[in-house]
Design a protein around this ligand. Sequence first.
Ligand code: ATP
Ligand code: MG
Length: 176
Amino acid sequence: MALKQGYIHVYTGNGKGKTTAALGLALRAAGQGLSVTMIQFLKGETDIGEIKAASALLPNFVIKPTGRRGFISQEEPSVEDREGAAEAMELASKIVHDGSTDVLILDEVNVAVGLGLVPEEWLISLMESKPQTMELVLTGRNASPRIIAHADLVTEMRAVKHYFNKGVKARKGIEK
Ligand code: ATP
Ligand code: MG
């Protein structure tokens, strides 16, 4: 099974659901026999539900975490953050060049662009050079106007309420 025509999605905004939306799409695609690769920018943690589920249950859905395990400070990305972003970019470029997956998800790539870890120009050129049949999904807050202009589908998650503001921290099985 392969797509006849692939499109570019952007899930952005301050509300919860961007990564979850991409994972829902990945589940659907994998179920229909498409191959899915999710490269996680700024997320080196491996003890997360989506990685466990994909590796145990979905052989055609591969998730590649990159970067540091902990929280990345908005102010000053470390050498480790830069190395992680470089690794993620290299892998994404290779997959786009080879056309070796049907659905490519670059999770949090918009945030990496915002932090200056990923050049906007690199992402635009990736969007322009993707194989016609590849679906490309970009997530993360603050998608830049140029990224939005280059996409075919853009959804902005708007935070109406979030229990984070009641002091609820990320929970295993729900946020990670
Ligand atoms: P999820 O991975 O749960 O789909 P997301 O990808 O939309 O969330 P991110 O911007 O990647 O959200 O944020 C990562 C973490 O911050 C998640 O645990 C998410 O639940 C939480 N979060 C999302 N929106 C908000 C918000 N408005 N206020 C506080 N925390 C939030
Ligand atoms: Mg996210």
